[in-house]
Write a protein that binds this ligand. Structure first.
Ligand SMILES: Nc1ncnc2c1ncn2[C@@H]1O[C@H](COP(=O)(O)OP(=O)(O)OP(=O)(O)O)[C@@H](O)[C@H]1O
Ligand SMILES: [Mg+2]
Length: 235
């Protein structure tokens, strides 16, 4: 029987005017996915691209902290219009959780994210950056399934464990036929990692720039990421 759920077609319609969707992923936690997603969105917007950023991490939403997004909230206008911050249209699950931990389980998280994808009005965008939660759970799989244009930008670190997890994640994306845009190796030890688009060094100045987008753009981290994105043909 054909599914009666209208949301897949609503999401397709909503994302029709979005040229590219980049899902920043990397299954391990705490390896820099969120700082990468935020800095990437800021760099793309600075370059003049119409850019959106969507923090999809229910358990650990952090982009609003990295961007210093205080007092922002989406406007209700035939759906939800994301507020703008430094030229980036910004949407986060945190807008709906009032900064509290959300005790949602698998299917409910998935439902909530799909709902948000269905009601958010991004309008015309060159890039929509998705900050994915760690791991690959129902929600992450659904995002990839519903946002059909999504390409993966994988973040990893030089650790043997992170690389092994990365290899498994890439194998799954290949199996699901999700295009892999590239791999960035964060907190790299200085040498260009094999198979990775580029290395991002550990940057002691990054922590101080958290919450200040203009300072974030001036970090060595952002400079390295910019180089990585240029080598991927994005900037
Ligand atoms: N290249 C770097 N140099 C210095 N600090 C970094 C670097 N990359 C990330 N960090 C720091 O590491 C911490 C974790 O980064 P971030 O929150 O982006 O990771 P994450 O992969 O999104 O984590 P989670 O899995 O919890 O979503 C942050 O405090 C961030 O500032
Ligand atoms: Mg994160």
């Amino acid at each position: 029987m054909k599914s009666l759920d209208p949301r897949p077609s609503v999401i397709e319609e909503r994302l029709k005017k979005v040229k590219r969707i980049i899902a920043v992923t990397g299954w391990k936690g705490g390896i820099g996915k969120s700082v990468t997603a935020c800095a990437m969105a800021l760099l793309l917007a600075k370059k003049g691209y119409r850019t959106g950023l969507f923090d999809l991490d229910f358990a650990g939403a952090s982009d609003h902290i990295i961007l210093g997004a205080r007092g922002l909230f989406p406007r209700e206008e035939k759906g939800l219009e994301p507020p703008s911050l430094e030229g980036v249209k910004f949407m986060s699950v945190v807008f709906f959780s009032e900064n509290k931990a959300v005790p949602l389980r698998g299917a409910n998280v998935s439902d909530a994210i799909i709902e948000l994808l269905a009601i958010t009005q991004w309008g015309e965008l060159d890039f929509l950056v998705l900050d994915m939660p760690p791991g690959i759970n129902d929600a992450a799989l659904d995002v990839i399934r519903f946002a059909r244009k999504a390409e993966v930008l994988a973040v990893t670190t030089p650790s043997v464990i992170a690389r092994d997890v990365l290899a498994r994640s890439l194998a799954l994306y290949r199996r699901l036929k999700v295009p892999i845009l590239g791999v960035v190796e964060n907190m790299a030890a200085g040498v260009k990692p094999k198979g990775a688009a580029a290395a991002i060094r550990r940057d002691r100045g990054l922590e101080k720039a958290i919450g200040r987008p203009s300072a974030l753009l001036k970090t060595a981290f952002a400079a390295d990421l910019g180089r990585a994105l240029r080598s991927l043909g994005l900037l």
